[in-house]
Ligand binder design. Structure first.
Ligand SMILES: [Fe+2]
Length: 294
């Protein structure tokens, strides 16, 4: 028996893990955590006190690594020393603005697999992070839409510049995009297989999918609009209200993330970010700055 409790966050996906001490995991705990993760795709832990190395180690365990050594965990964490999502921390990613739904590096052939954020300095009211399940969206896709996407592929790009303004919705917060030194793209099936679990995902996103191939711009936007309506419908979403000591580990492909407008003048919102395994492709596209668009 694993020594923790599992509480579903929504009927569709997500689980809060209660009563777990990450520094004292036995083999059965690790196996159970992996099972819950592959089934629910998002794990929430509250009131944890852990450093970057412990955060990296826990995510590695969740991904399936048997027992990372102290040296491996410390090295993996050290390579990501500057990874922060913050409106206060100098040099942090996404320091302000609104982010549309996306999977990190969806535009790459080697996107991040697992992401985690830990609440280091969170003042209230903190802007929540919203998650959307691509797997539940696929499983519940209406037949009429399933027929329309049969055999189609989509192109994903590094930023939303030039996207149809309909994508931005009615939220008037400032959209932000990273300005990169190169623009990259990748193409994948709209019904895309998850590399680790083999589950099928509805693999398009508001923030990174440029177009569906083989369709006119208008047809592509209309189809994407219909897919987004389903993917981002309330039954596919979960919103997390941040507190200090919260840790969320999520599957970056099975679940997309977004947030509304964050201000640099607002309450502190500093989250420690760790990607697992250590990303390689990220080095190809340095982010020079973040700028509002629209
Ligand atoms: Fe992101």
């Amino acid at each position: 028996m694993a020594r923790f409790q599992v509480r579903k966050l929504t009927p569709a996906f997500g689980a809060e893990i209660e009563g777990l001490d990450p520094s004292r995991l036995d083999a059965e705990d690790c196996r159970s955590l992996r099972q819950v993760f592959d089934d629910r795709n998002v794990l929430l832990f509250r009131d944890l006190d852990l450093d970057r190395t412990a955060q990296f180690r826990l995510a590695e365990i969740v991904m399936g690594k048997e027992s990372p050594s102290d040296e491996e965990a410390a090295a993996g964490a050290a390579q990501q020393d500057g990874f922060w999502i913050s409106n206060k921390e100098p040099g942090a990613a996404a320091p302000f603005g609104r982010l549309m739904f996306h999977s990190d590096m969806m535009w790459s052939d080697d996107p991040f697999q697992i992401l985690s954020l830990y609440g280091v300095d969170v003042e209230q009211p903190a802007v929540p992070t919203v998650f959307a399940s691509t797997i539940h969206a696929w499983d519940t896709l209406p037949d009429s839409l399933r027929t329309r996407i049969d055999g189609l592929q989509a192109v994903h790009v590094t930023g939303p510049e030039g996207f149809d303004s309909r994508r931005r919705g009615s939220d008037d917060g400032r959209l932000v995009q990273p300005i990169r030194d190169v623009v990259l793209s990748s193409t994948a099936s709209v019904g895309h297989h998850h590399p680790r679990t083999g589950r099928t995902m509805l693999y398009v996103s508001q923030g990174m999918t440029k177009e569906i191939t083989g369709l006119s711009h208008e047809e592509s936007e209309n189809l994407l609009e219909d897919l987004f309506k389903h993917l981002y419908s309330p039954a596919n979403l979960w919103q997390h209200e941040w507190r200090n000591g919260d840790l969320i580990i999520w599957d970056n492909l099975a679940v997309q993330h977004a947030r509304s407008d964050v201000s640099t003048d607002g309450p502190a919102r500093t989250l420690r970010k760790v990607a697992t395994p250590v990303p390689v492709a990220a080095e190809k596209t340095n982010v020079a700055s973040y700028q509002p668009i629209g």
